[in-house]
Design a protein around this ligand. Structure first.
Ligand SMILES: Nc1nc2c(c(=O)[nH]1)N[C@H]1C(S)=C(S)[C@@H](COP(=O)(O)OP(=O)(O)OC[C@H]3O[C@@H](n4cnc5c(=O)[nH]c(N)nc54)[C@H](O)[C@@H]3O)O[C@H]1N2
Ligand SMILES: Nc1nc2c(c(=O)[nH]1)N[C@H]1C(S)=C(S)[C@@H](COP(=O)(O)OP(=O)(O)OC[C@H]3O[C@@H](n4cnc5c(=O)[nH]c(N)nc54)[C@H](O)[C@@H]3O)O[C@H]1N2
Ligand code: SF4
Ligand SMILES: [Mo]
Length: 674
């Protein structure tokens, strides 16, 4: 029996993009560990990936194509050959396209794998088909829009600078769960004397690890930042010289906005006492190099982009950007490092086709457009669980005249509604090239094991579908490795010939952003643009959230768990057991006011739907906010609907992002116990 160790990369949607060492025995992955030589991972994996082999070789893996034999949603299927599956899909699409046009087909994909080739391999196919295009904005597009409104194309600060900071602020990021290496580096800074703040809506594991946790009202961070900046102006805690040379619009911002944002006025909006806002302002300015690591949590609101833009004003006023370790980091962007258009092939589109927001899938499937969506092709995403307004999504998926194909590793909530299910490979079964959005590492990897069962990779399946459609473009006959090579075979300032060679050899490489000096701002004015007339709102200001108008008394915080990644990893029993059950955390006072007891079944409800939870009374949830962690599969939950039956299809103020966290509910005891 041969045992070999293969280097690979964690494919999941996580800012850390870890290096993996996979022990392979007889074509099976038997053990997975963190690569000690990887510059970020340094041997440390999160609990989810410590037993990745249990996902890869899970008894729940789909092994053959399947065709539906029961009603949609029930999950009754029988096996089908690949040839027959491809033939059925292609002939159905040909018929639908002949009568409705290509836009009646809608692809839906997101981030099951982050590999550049596999993740994007549907784009050329659907462009050539003339299908509707999916606007992929469920995650962080509001955060990006908020950053861009003030900072333009400015290169992100180096994440490694966190260790040089003397005040690390983890703001709207649950790093202890979602980016454990950021947490590790923040702890390193702390050991070197930095203070660590966490700003969140409930007591997360990150809050527990911080020197101080500030629990704000959901969507209230803009008010907090405005209140802090009011104090900074009032008390002259500004770097006037820095502002003069580097900031555009400060005077107007002060006159029109900040003067009206006293801590007393901001306190009820952000939920922190005025004295705390004042102290935060003074300590922020007193720090030499405050490092704000901004998560995505606070951007998933009706005011989310504006919140990010407002927070980004803080170091512009204090001049924190001048010191290594000082500034705001929302994430890195390595867009210039690889010519992704060589994979996505926008040029295959005859004309730009209709865009459909992935946050409004429910509406796209139920409010029949012109043409109506007649076929949905889902790959590496689980919209029946993760997309907002689950009731609308499921109503759409139940349509008998919707032809749904799902390419998956598991029989997910979405796959249960498919007419045809196709088995997908895991990352260990497919080659790819990875880059990172929390740092600059990049790595190419080969398949570590052969496909499990009859599974096929995203790219291989689109090659088959292209042949099934009768297309003869040589493009679709390439291998995934050919595409990786096209991404590498391109000169860019991000990597010299040596780095490219190392990438080809499968080494972990640190890409280098084209060098920019500290305090060089890539905006039209060359300054940090607090005022930006290209935006519909020229100045940052206080905006309301959406849900505060909905009329329900409790804020609902749908949050992340350390033991899953969105709806991924529920296949691992040991990880699911650690989460116990789909719980609703509630402050004992709120529970007492409703006559509810710890451990009982409750129903949370609002205008979108009703969801059953097991009640967990805890002071980790502040009074007025209830919290649930994880995006559970329906087969493991107390009732019929997951948390997203309570979320809305409304979009953020900019960036057309999801407002998954902008939710109010009320909660009652479940009386109709079956
Ligand atoms: N273990 C684990 N890791 C993950 C994921 C996962 O589900 N589980 N998901 C992955 C993905 S796709 C992403 S995008 C990232 C997301 O990772 P993060 O950027 O950390 O985002 P979230 O965990 O969604 O939210 C971060 C924190 O913001 C808080 N929050 C919510 N609203 C507000 C607010 O208005 N103000 C403030 N100050 N805080 C608020 C939430 O309670 C949460 O603790 O993590 C990735 N990594
Ligand atoms: N309530 C609530 N809703 C949320 C969130 C939340 O925190 N709370 N988070 C939101 C965020 S930030 C995001 S990014 C989205 C994430 O939404 P998704 O990207 O849909 O994320 P996952 O739930 O991880 O589903 C990915 C699916 O891809 C499959 N998969 C993995 N690898 C492959 C592959 O190579 N090929 C194919 N065909 N399939 C593969 C996996 O089995 C899995 O079922 O969810 C959003 N929805
Ligand atoms: S999910 Fe994130 S922390 Fe966990 S192994 Fe993957 S990249 Fe690393
Ligand atoms: Mo995400």
């Amino acid at each position: 029996m041969s045992l070999k160790i293969v280097r690979s990369v964690c494919p999941y949607d996580c800012p850390d993009t870890c290096g993996l060492l996979v022990e392979v025995k007889d074509g099976h992955a038997v053990r997975v560990s963190g690569d000690p030589a990887h510059p970020i991972t340094r041997g440390l994996l999160c609990p989810k990936m410590n037993h990745y082999e249990r996902t890869v070789h899970s008894p729940r893996r789909l092994l053959t194509p399947l065709i539906r034999t029961g009603p949609k949603g029930e999950g009754r299927f029988e096996p089908l050959s690949w040839d027959e599956a491809i033939e059925r899909i292609c002939s159905c699409w040909k018929g639908l396209i002949a009568s409705h046009g290509g836009e009646c087909v809608l692809p839906y994909s997101y981030a099951g794998t982050m590999g550049l080739v596999q993740r994007n391999s549907g784009h050329p196919f659907f462009h050539k088909l003339g299908a509707s295009r999916l606007e992929r904005t469920i995650c962080s597009s509001a955060k990006e829009a908020g950053w861009k409104a003030i900072m333009g194309e400015t290169t992100a600060m180096d994440p490694a600078e966190i260790e040089k900071s003397d005040l690390v602020i983890l703001w709207g990021i649950n790093a202890a769960s979602t980016s454990i290496h950021v947490m590790r580096d923040a702890q390193t800074a702390r050991r070197r004397g930095a203070r660590l703040w966490a700003i969140d809506t409930y007591h997360t594991p990150t809050c527990e690890a911080a020197d101080e946790a500030f629990i704000v009202s959901p969507g209230g961070d803009g008010a907090l930042a405005l209140g802090m900046m009011h104090v900074m102006v009032r008390e002259g805690l500004l770097d006037r010289a820095f502002i003069k040379d580097n900031v555009f619009g400060f005077e107007e911002f002060t006159e029109k906005v900040l003067n009206r944002c006293s801590p007393e006025r901001m306190s009820p909006v952000c939920g922190l006492p005025a004295a705390v806002i004042e102290r935060m302002a003074r300590e922020f300015v007193a720090a030499k190099a405050p490092f704000i690591r901004l998560g995505s949590g606070l951007s998933r609101y009706g005011n989310g982009a504006m919140t990010v833009r407002t927070i980004a004003c803080l170091p512009a006023l204090s001049g924190a950007w001048q010191q290594p370790g000082g500034g705001v980091l929302t994430g890195t962007s390595t867009g210039g490092a690889f010519p992704l258009h060589r994979v996505t092939r926008e040029d295959f589109m005859e004309r730009p086709t209709r865009l459909v927001s992935m946050n409004q899938l429910g509406a796209a499937l139920t409010e029949l457009g012109d043409p109506p969506v007649m076929s949905l092709y889902v790959y590496h995403s689980n919209p029946a669980a993760v997309a907002p307004d689950q009731n609308a999504v499921i109503k759409g998926l139940e349509r008998n005249n919707l032809f749904t194909v799902v390419h998956e590793r598991f029989l997910t909530d979405t796959a249960r509604y498919a007419d045809i299910v196709l088995p997908a490979t895991s990352s260990l079964e497919q080659p790819d090239l990875y880059r990172c959005y929390g740092g600059y590492q990049s790595q190419r990897c080969a398949a570590a094991i052969p496909p499990v069962g009859q599974a096929k990779s995203n790219w291989d399946l689109f090659s088959l579908l292209a042949a099934g459609m009768g297309w003869d473009e040589p493009f679709f006959r390439q291998s995934p490795d050919d595409l990786v090579e096209q991404l590498l075979d391109f000169d860019t300032p991000w990597r010299d010939a040596g780095l490219t060679k190392n990438l080809r050899d499968g080494e972990t490489v640190l890409l280098t952003p084209p060098s920019k000096s500290r305090c060089s701002w890539e905006t039209p004015s060359g300054r940090i643009e607090i005022r930006n007339d290209r935006e519909s709102e020229p100045l940052p200001r206080l905006l309301p959230t959406h849900a505060e108008g909905d009329g329900f008394p409790l804020r609902l915080q749908p949050a992340t768990t350390p033991y899953a990644l969105n709806s991924s990893f529920y296949e691992q029993d040991n990880l699911r057991d650690k989460q116990e059950c789909m719980a609703l955390m509630m402050h004992p006072k709120d529970a007492a006011a409703r006559g509810l007891a710890d451990g009982q079944r409750v129903t949370a409800y609002n205008g979108h739907g009703e969801v059953e939870f097991v009640l967990k009374t805890t002071k980790r949830a502040p009074a007025g906010t209830v919290v649930t962690e994880g995006v559970w599969w329906r087969e493991f939950i107390p009732g019929q609907r997951g948390v997203n039956a309570l979320t809305s299809q409304r979009l953020t103020d900019a960036g057309r992002g999801s407002t998954l966290y902008d939710v109010t509910v009320d909660v009652r005891g479940k009386t109709d116990l079956k």
